[in-house]
Design a protein around this ligand. Structure first.
Ligand SMILES: [Fe+2]
Length: 130
């Protein structure tokens, strides 16, 4: 289980739980040696989920003129670019060990860290102003 805090905005908590479930599902598929097409579909879903979630957070931040918006948005952009390139690499190399290790470690560390810091502070700021 990933250890991360609840934040002050409900849709963010729901999205975070969904992200955790998608990551777990992907790791399970990879560990059981599932078909590439199944893994591809789940990776696309993870990317789509992340893109949508980031956009929603960003729209909310803009609507309340959240001062550290550029910093938070910058991290979203960096994470999305990394995710896109990892998925592209997987589709070329089909290296299950690499993509599993990325999901297991880098994605876990980024997620826990991002939710505990940026999302936590952002949600508290937005909630206090709505
Ligand atoms: Fe965020």
């Amino acid at each position: 289980m990933l250890n991360y805090p609840r934040v002050a905005i409900d849709f963010m908590n729901n999205d975070h739980a969904e992200f955790v479930a998608l990551r777990k599902h992907l790791l399970d598929l990879l560990h059981m040696g599932a078909d590439h097409t199944q893994v591809d579909a789940m990776l696309d879903q993870l990317l789509e989920h992340t893109r949508r979630h980031f956009t929603e957070e960003e729209e909310l931040m803009l609507s309340v003129q959240f001062p550290p918006y550029p910093m938070h948005k910058g991290e979203h952009d960096k994470v999305l670019a990394d995710m896109v390139s990892r998925i592209e690499t997987w589709k070329v190399t089909r290296n299950a060990k690499d993509i599993s290790s990325w999901l297991e470690h880098a994605v876990r560390d980024w997620f826990v860290n991002h939710v505990s810091s940026m999302d936590f502070v952002t949600a508290a700021y937005i909630q206090a102003r709505s």
